[in-house]
Design a protein around this ligand. Structure first.
Ligand code: ATP
Ligand code: ZN
Length: 401
């Protein structure tokens, strides 16, 4: 994991090696690596092996404190962790694909993407058309369910997220929206003094109003809040919406694979347990056909949401035991890894109970969603088929080239 140094200060890093005192199981290595991103602001890069953690750390860091935080993360996630049962629902990883290289350098060279700041990218015509092709496939899926279209705001009230326990589950990835306090002196001072240094706005922190809204981390939450505190119309709803979503992924924001600001299309099911589970399954079968038509190499397997360390173990085990989340993991030939481009989710009656959405018999509604990351699927497609449309499957070439 390479971490971009904070641009306004670049002291020479020092190597810090930590032996966790127990063996980190192989199935937890990636999770530990991702969560170390949030251990301490002075960490520039980390590499995690079962017996050893190597960190590049800014020299001014207080090492005892940093080591203590790293140990806390590692122990909480990995000590005595039980291997989750892998469940693979579809496996098409061995489909032959023509491209082997990392598309990022070529995308940058051709100005098809340009980075505005870590995790924030402008996309050029090629990637935009490709994202549009996949969006048309997801819209066809939504149409096959006659899903009702919705448009949701990019902001989401803090009190909404509080009501669904978001602050406890995913505090690390939140993005806050604020504005200047409505005070003439504050606004005058800001207009005189505001400047940027090293990419950061320098302004007095007391200029900013308290946070009422955040940037939304998911699309489907907005639907659940629109349905809250009342009986569900006709006892079931199928809806679809696309929206910008925001998840701060710290040092991991290095390519199109992990963005701070990305776009998600969701198809959302609200109703009885059977209604949600059957539709989630139908959606998976329909997407299987769509991916087969273009010869995408991928698999669908059980997964968990990226809970923060305090909640991780309990929640991840729960999601796994009840088959709540399946991810579409697309092969990235250039580094023999996979990337999640979408997920099939079932939340049981969590939102129905938390938000008081009721079925005709008075019981809480169940919810589920299928969610696709548009930038990620375009990126994964380019990683398998390259940037030259002549090497693309005919259907994609005709729609997007
Ligand atoms: P749930 O509703 O159960 O919380 P969700 O619908 O919010 O889940 P996720 O499964 O967390 O959605 O994410 C859906 C998809 O969004 C992922 O499969 C991925 O393609 C995309 N995505 C998630 N995080 C990022 C990110 N940081 N950068 C780019 N794409 C992302
Ligand atoms: Zn969702």
């Amino acid at each position: 994991m390479e971490i971009e140094p904070r641009s306004h200060q670049k002291p020479e890093p020092v190597l810090v090696e930590i032996e966790p005192g127990f063996t980190i199981p192989d199935f937890m290595l990636a999770e530990v690596q991702i969560k170390l991103a949030y251990a301490d602001e002075h960490i520039r890069s980390a590499s995690v092996q079962p017996e050893l953690i190597r960190l590049q750390v800014e020299a001014e860091a207080s090492q005892p404190e940093l080591i203590e935080k790293v140990q806390r993360i590692v122990e909480s996630l990995a000590k005595g962790a039980i291997r989750p049962k892998t469940q693979i629902l579809e496996d098409y990883m061995d489909r032959p694909v023509p491209y082997k290289a990392d598309p990022m350098p070529e995308l940058i060279r051709l100005a098809e993407i340009s980075q505005e700041s870590p995790g924030v990218f402008a996309l050029g015509p090629l990637v935009t058309r490709l994202a549009g092709y996949f969006e048309s496939q997801f819209l066809a899926l939504a149409d096959s369910f006659q899903a009702a279209p919705y448009r949701f705001p990019t902001l989401i009230p803090a009190r909404y997220l509080e009501r669904v326990n978001y602050f406890r589950s995913f505090p690390h990835s939140l993005t806050f929206a604020t504005h200047l306090r409505s005070d003439l002196d504050v606004i005058d001072r800001f207009s005189q003094e505001a400047a940027c240094a090293g990419g950061e706005l320098t302004a007095s922190p007391d200029s900013f109003a308290a946070v009422q809204n955040l940037l939304s981390p998911a699309v489907c939450y907005h639907l659940y809040f629109a349905l809250a505190d009342k009986p569900l119309p006709q006892g079931q709803v199928i809806a679809t919406a696309v929206g910008h979503c925001f998840r701060y992924e710290a040092i991991n924001l290095t390519s199109l694979e992990r963005l701070w600001d990305f776009t998600m299309r969701e198809v959302i099911f609200v109703g009885s347990k059977d209604f949600v589970l059957e539709n989630r399954e139908t959606a998976r079968q329909r997407m299987r056909e769509a991916f087969e038509r273009i010869g995408l190499a991928y698999r669908v397997e059980n997964a968990n949401d990226p809970f923060f360390i305090g909640e991780f173990r309990k929640q991840a085990a729960f999601q796994s035991a009840f088959q709540l989340k399946f991810e579409i993991r697309v092969s990235l030939p250039f580094n023999q890894s996979t990337l999640a481009v979408g997920s099939y989710n079932y939340h049981q009656d969590f939102f129905g109970r938390s938000l008081n959405i009721t079925l005709p018999d008075g019981s809480p509604a169940h919810t589920g969603c299928v969610a696709f990351g548009l930038e990620r699927i375009a990126f994964a497609f380019l990683a398998q088929f390259g940037l030259d449309p002549s090497g693309w499957p005919a259907e994609v070439r005709q729609a997007a080239a």
